[in-house]
Design a protein around this ligand. Structure first.
Ligand code: FES
Length: 168
């Protein structure tokens, strides 16, 4: 993939992110904070957004990509309508995350980090969600908010996905 990097980046094109860079651009060690704010704002880190952050911080795009790809929390592609965050923390792992992940992948035709062709679902395998008593668990962030589903089985996870799909 080869995308053209814009020659100039202007604050007015990134009105939500410009104040964040005003605050953090000159602060050492703040790149992760900036990337988190950018992802919270735009949903993912596009080539343009990375270029803008590069222009404002003086860090090279290569370095920013390096950080963004090192940490699994960052996304470089847009997400689907519903973000499935399947927990792979210890409690969930020992209770069968792998089998649940396989069931989701098989049902939706996507692997970790991928989005379905109809743009309905993105699958992300994540660290502990903080509801270990429900292991194996997942959170789904969708248009109607966040929902946690626990004690998942290969059958129940497919049922949950189809219920979400039926909601529109
Ligand atoms: S390990 Fe999965 S919610 Fe904590």
């Amino acid at each position: 993939m080869c995308e053209t990097i814009k020659a100039t980046y202007q604050d007015k094109d990134y009105p939500e992110l410009a104040p964040v860079l005003d605050k953090y651009a000159g602060t050492r060690g703040s790149l992760i904070t900036i990337l988190q704010k950018a992802q919270d704002t735009y949903g993912y880190l596009s080539t343009d957004v990375i270029g803008y952050i590069s222009a404002r911080t003086g860090e090279t795009p290569a370095k920013i990509y390096g950080v963004a790809t090192f940490y699994t929390q960052f996304r470089l592609a847009p997400i689907g309508e519903n973000l499935i965050m399947l927990c792979a923390g210890t409690a969930c792992h020992v209770n069968g995350t792998q089998a649940i992940a396989e069931a989701i992948s098989e049902h939706l035709g996507v692997d970790d980090g991928e989005t379905t062709e109809d743009n309905k679902f993105t699958l992300n395998i994540v660290a502990c969600l903080g509801c270990c008593s429900l292991a194996p668990a997942m959170m789904v962030k969708g248009p109607s908010g966040d929902a946690v589903y626990g004690n998942l089985t290969k059958t129940s996870v497919v049922k949950v996905i189809e219920e979400i799909r039926a909601q529109g």
